[in-house]
Design a protein around this ligand. Structure first.
Ligand code: RTP
Ligand code: MG
Length: 148
């Protein structure tokens, strides 16, 4: 089973979309194994988005992600990394398919509501950046046996 790191960005929190977004992953069948609200520091933001350092949008990206609280969560399940990216939709919400989270709720590429790890390696790195080991919970659900 894979785990991936997801985060309702400050625009999603401000627009009261956190519950709706978490709910989509619950309804899909993924197991939430970590969940918290936090305000990201500049240092954490620069680490998290380190791959984009030096790009023209980097400063506004860091400014935006530190502008207000985010809701960080970790889901677990089959193909969680790529399935979550599919559920999020394309980076530019205007290009994202209508049924996806970004396609349903966004217009602006700089305010695209949700972050999701783009690979297994990114997921491992981002989960450990935002969650301590003891903040991740292992448990079984009734449905675990037949959901797959
Ligand atoms: P994220 O990391 O936030 O989940 O988004 P992503 O993988 O879909 O896109 P990525 O390429 O990692 O870019 C990170 C965030 O930077 C902003 N961005 N702006 N051309 C632009 O103006 C531009 N390109 C990227 C987006 O907000 C994107 O989510
Ligand atoms: Mg990315």
């Amino acid at each position: 089973m894979e785990r991936t790191y997801l985060m309702v960005k400050p625009d999603g929190v401000q627009r009261n979309l956190a519950g709706e977004i978490i709910s989509r992953f619950e309804k899909k069948g993924f197991k939430i194994v970590g969940l918290k609200m936090l305000r990201i520091s500049r240092e954490m933001a620069e680490k998290h988005y380190g791959e984009h350092a030096g790009k023209p949008f980097f400063e506004s990206l860091v400014g935006f992600i530190t502008s207000g609280p985010v809701v960080a969560f970790v889901i677990e399940g089959k193909d969680a990394v790529s399935a979550a990216r599919d559920m999020m939709g394309a980076t530019n919400p205007l290009k994202a398919a209508p049924g996806t989270i970004r396609g349903a709720y966004g217009i602006d590429i700089g305010r695209n509501i949700i972050h999701g790890s783009d690979s297994l390696e990114s997921a491992a790195r981002e989960i450990s950046l935002f969650f301590k080991e003891e903040e991740l919970v292992e448990y079984s659900r009734e449905v675990d046996g037949w959901i797959y």
